[in-house]
Design a protein around this ligand. Structure first.
Ligand code: ZN
Length: 450
């Protein structure tokens, strides 16, 4: 009796949170998440912070950026042995052109990357999980002084390393690229290099999950201690929006539905589905106020890209020289981080990335029928070209709501719902045999049949 009541309560709760759907955790993803180790994460952060400086322009082969990059490469190469030949790792060298800002002269630089090939030869999508590994102190041009960069951004780099370790032995439809960027603090140099390369070579980028400052749970000044929340930043008006796209956006009131915003919602849903005691907060900004990150060059190239960050930053331990002053310790040191919190943020990444890399591609020609005035809403679409969709979720939300609120399942490629398009937003999401869901697509109006 008591058990029945509990079951009813659970079903009620899940319907309250997720509309008509039931919360189902994929067992393989849940197992991978259980393997994320706060000890491993802490080890990587301490190792990264043990190099004197990871400044982009640091050339010290023993104690500087090149040595730290060798550490990341050695980890990737080690995990690659578990991948059955599907994971390869490299240090990709390039030259950052000198500019008038933070690069005095043309300078050698490198990103460290591991590629986990997808198992579906017809799936050319690449999902990028990234973090910058360069660090800085108070003087952004000081390439020799100590800059441990434990949280900014040893934390994100450790998450990328840990995800590579766990995911290397698993198979995904699409390819996953694990990247430790250089040059973020000098002006997003490493990310710009890769985003431009991806654009010029026509890579099919599924999404970019960029992690920057994700391992501290106590704020400066406001003294908040809270390991229950993280943030996802997503652009509102796309940086790469064309005039034609702007016209459509205004026409259908899609001001809160950029591709990156859909990804942010997806991460919130998947993160909260798999990670207990954790809330993913959507921030309707491309980044923090007047600040930037490595997701930006990808967004500027029209790709779907978001930034993941901790909820409460601590500015005693960010971009500060390591020192004691009036009894206060300054500097970005490993002792000030919360590794259980870092584990949870890493888990949100894994839940989202594993689902994305196994999802079918997005449905094509997604339309909302406006040929006749009607209080019903008819949606039509075509099956994705990449991956097999066993069916689709039609998503619905109030115009004033931030998250999708209801999911209607269909195996067809059209659905009519007894809800008016005047009062709700709709989107379509492909679903794989495994249950993996793709990023939802907002429909555009269908005025007449071709
Ligand atoms: Zn950073």
């Amino acid at each position: 009796m008591r058990k029945n009541l509990y079951t009813i309560f659970l079903v009620f709760c899940s319907q309250m949170v997720f509309g008509q759907t039931t919360i189902i955790r994929n067992s393989e993803i849940a197992k991978m998440i259980s393997e994320i180790s706060s000890d491993s994460l802490e080890h990587h952060v301490r190792m990264l912070a043990s190099f004197n400086s990871r400044h982009t322009l640091s050339i010290d082969e023993e104690d500087g950026m090149p040595a730290a990059q060798q550490y990341v490469l050695s980890k990737f190469n080690h995990f690659a042995k578990q991948s059955g030949g599907r994971m390869t790792a490299e240090i990709e060298k390039f030259v950052i052109p000198g500019d008038d800002r933070r690069i005095p002269t043309d300078s050698p630089a490198a990103n460290v990357m591991a590629t986990l090939k997808g198992i579906n030869p017809a799936d050319d999508r690449i999902f990028i999980i990234s973090a910058h590994m360069d660090s800085r102190n108070k003087d952004v041009m000081d390439e020799k002084g100590a800059s441990p960069g434990a949280n900014d951004n040893g934390s994100g780099t450790a998450a990328v390393i840990e995800l590579a370790r766990i995911m290397a032995s698993h198979q995904f439809s699409a390819t996953i690229l694990f990247v430790a960027f250089t040059g973020e603090e000098q002006g997003l140099k490493g990310a710009t290099y890769l985003a431009d390369k991806a654009k010029n070579e026509g890579w099919n980028i599924g999404a970019v999950l960029n992690n920057d400052i994700i391992g501290n749970s106590s704020s400066s000044e406001t003294l908040i201690k809270d390991n229950l929340m993280m943030r996802v930043f997503s652009e509102t008006i796309p940086a790469a929006e064309t005039e034609q796209e702007a016209t459509i956006r205004k026409y259908i009131n899609a001001d809160n539905d950029s591709k990156s915003r859909q990804l942010a919602r997806y991460i919130k849903e998947h993160g909260e589905r798999y990670v207990d005691q954790f809330e993913v907060k959507l921030i309707y900004r491309a980044d923090r106020f007047l600040r930037g990150g490595d997701q930006t060059p990808f967004a500027k190239n029209g790709m779907t890209a978001i930034r993941i960050s901790e909820m409460n930053e601590n500015f005693l331990h960010q971009h500060e020289n390591v020192r004691m002053e009036d009894g206060v310790q300054y500097g970005d040191l490993p002792d000030f981080m919360d590794y259980e919190y870092l584990r949870k943020v890493t888990a949100v990444n894994l839940a989202s990335l594993a689902s994305l890399a196994d999802s079918p591609d997005q449905p094509l020609e997604v339309k909302i029928d406006v040929r006749n005035l009607s209080n019903q809403t008819t949606l039509l679409w075509k099956a994705p070209k990449i991956g097999k969709a066993k069916g689709y979720f039609v998503l619905m939300r109030e115009t004033s709501s931030s998250m999708w609120e209801r999911k209607f399942w269909t195996t067809d490629t059209s659905l009519t719902l007894p809800y008016s398009k005047d009062n709700y937003f709709f989107a379509i999401q492909s679903v794989a045999e495994s249950g993996a869901e793709g990023i939802p697509v907002l429909p555009t109006p269908l005025f007449k049949l071709n």
